[in-house]
Design a protein around this ligand. Structure first.
Ligand code: FCB
Length: 452
């Protein structure tokens, strides 16, 4: 179906990053170590034993990076705050002035260039001191998070108008506590649903604190992926449904409908805590807008050997894949946005992450050629526009990522940036995709119609 709808005048055209992935200097100016600092320094955890010690050196080069964003024509930038820079021990009444000052300067520089900040309060770097006290599973975790959030609201709400509490609670839960690929590296079926619940309570506590003192809008960012059955056979249909509950509805159903999807009790069996409505009280009304991180879809078949969801992904060999081996599937973005509109009452949505890793060649004569990323972005921006034309309340798009950076367990081996970073010199070189995205922004998205 062809739609002539274009992006609204006030659409946000941004790029996204997170603290541990780009900042470097993780212990500078009195910052406390995070669980990612500890994890990356545990031999064997990260590809090549890479760490975030220097990363993109953004902590020291932020002013140049903001100028770069301005040159690209971005009117928005999503970044996260390292909790341990603000509160080295994770708790306390007064922020560490030097840590806070970094984010003050960053926000001021963005605003001076007409770039609207979107701030994520938690992008996975829990202060290690809090992990020692039980981490998210501590009964105090929601309070710790709300207290830290309040310090940030007091400091920045005059200039920051878009807040996100958590980035991808599903990944924190599953990669960090079930599969053990992310910090803190646990593998516990019993912990998993409890961590998820603690994250929902922490989100709600911070959002409720915001209602008391904030003047703008707060939401959270979730990773979503359509789950398509590999065949019409009943076991595959059921497996895709189970994985949809597990991946897409686990956090959104409680937030928008006040109940966990029933499928979770089956998945966790005896390890499911049997939450009731009372456990979920206070969650509704805590999301002013939704951040959607979209990368790919999954094709799912029934797999009795998989111990939790009893489902397996089926690789679509005839389709293009990124360097993460994720299928390139732009139509899934439209599908995801329409699904949110239909299931959750059309909340305002920002695409808070979308992008791709490819094995880019090194820059040559001032530009790195990344035609696959250009195709990826063009396809997904068209898919976003299609959703707008079909009534989705889409307010902005943030490419992941501004810079090549520390890609968690993959270290520096996977490059997602619009801008190439040389990890020896830290030199930045915009890629062809950065130029493409700039042209899209300058045309207000109208140039997406031409070409293939
Ligand atoms: C998301 C994360 C982000 C980045 C991308 C590739 O899950 O939020 O930090 O690693 O994936």
């Amino acid at each position: 179906m062809q739609h002539t709808t274009f992006f609204p005048e006030d659409f946000l055209w941004g790029a996204a990053t997170s603290a541990y992935q780009i900042e470097g200097s993780p212990l500078a100016d009195g910052a406390g170590a995070s669980i990612w600092h500890r994890y990356a320094h545990t031999p064997g955890r990260i590809a090549n034993d890479d760490t975030g010690d220097i990363a993109c050196d953004h902590y020291r080069r932020y002013a140049d990076d903001v100028e770069l964003m301005a040159r690209l024509g971005l009117n928005a930038y999503r970044f996260s705050i390292a909790w341990g820079r603000i509160l080295p021990e994770g708790v306390g009444k007064k922020p560490n002035p030097k840590g806070l000052d970094f984010y003050q300067r960053l926000v001021d520089a963005l605003l001076a260039h007409g770039i609207q900040p979107m701030v994520t309060l938690y992008h996975w770097d829990l202060p290690a001191a809090l992990q020692e006290r039980g981490g998210w599973l501590s009964p105090d975790s929601a309070g710790w998070f709300a207290d830290y959030a309040r310090l940030m609201f007091d400091a920045l709400d005059d200039r920051v108008h878009l807040w996100l509490t958590l980035n991808e609670p599903w990944v924190i839960t599953v990669a960090g506590h079930l599969q053990g690929q992310h910090a803190p590296g646990h593998r516990s079926l019993n912990e998993t649903p409890r961590v998820a619940h603690a994250l929902l309570r922490a989100h709600a506590a911070a959002a409720t604190a915001y209602r008391a003192c904030g003047r703008h809008r707060i939401g959270l960012a979730v990773n979503l992926e359509p789950q398509h059955p590999a065949s019409d056979a009943a076991p595959d249909l059921a497996a895709a449904q189970r994985r949809d509950a597990f991946l897409n509805r686990w956090f959104l159903d409680p937030l928008f409908h006040g109940a966990y999807p029933p499928g979770l009790a089956d998945i966790f069996g005896a390890d499911w805590p049997g939450y009731t409505g009372a456990d979920l009280a206070g969650l509704s009304g805590t999301v002013d807008f939704l951040g959607v991180n979209y990368y790919t879809r999954s094709v799912i078949r029934d797999d009795p050997t998989d111990p939790t969801v009893r489902a397996a992904r089926v690789r679509q060999d005839d389709r293009p894949h990124t360097a993460m081996d994720w299928e390139v599937y732009p139509a899934g973005l439209t599908e995801t946005l329409l699904w949110i509109k239909g299931r959750y009452g059309n909340p305002p949505v920002y695409i808070t992450e979308n992008g791709a890793a490819f094995d880019d060649p090194s820059p040559d004569r001032g530009e790195a050629q990344d035609p696959d990323r250009v195709d990826y972005l063009r396809g997904h921006l068209r898919a976003a526009r299609e959703a707008l034309g079909r009534g989705v309340d889409l307010r902005g798009y943030f490419a992941w990522s501004l810079l090549d950076n520390f890609e968690w367990a993959c270290g520096y081996a996977k490059r997602f940036g619009l801008v190439h970073v040389d990890f020896t010199t830290r030199q930045r070189t915009p890629k062809q995709s950065a130029r493409f995205y700039s042209e899209v922004i300058r045309s207000g998205g109208t140039n997406l119609t031409s070409g293939k």
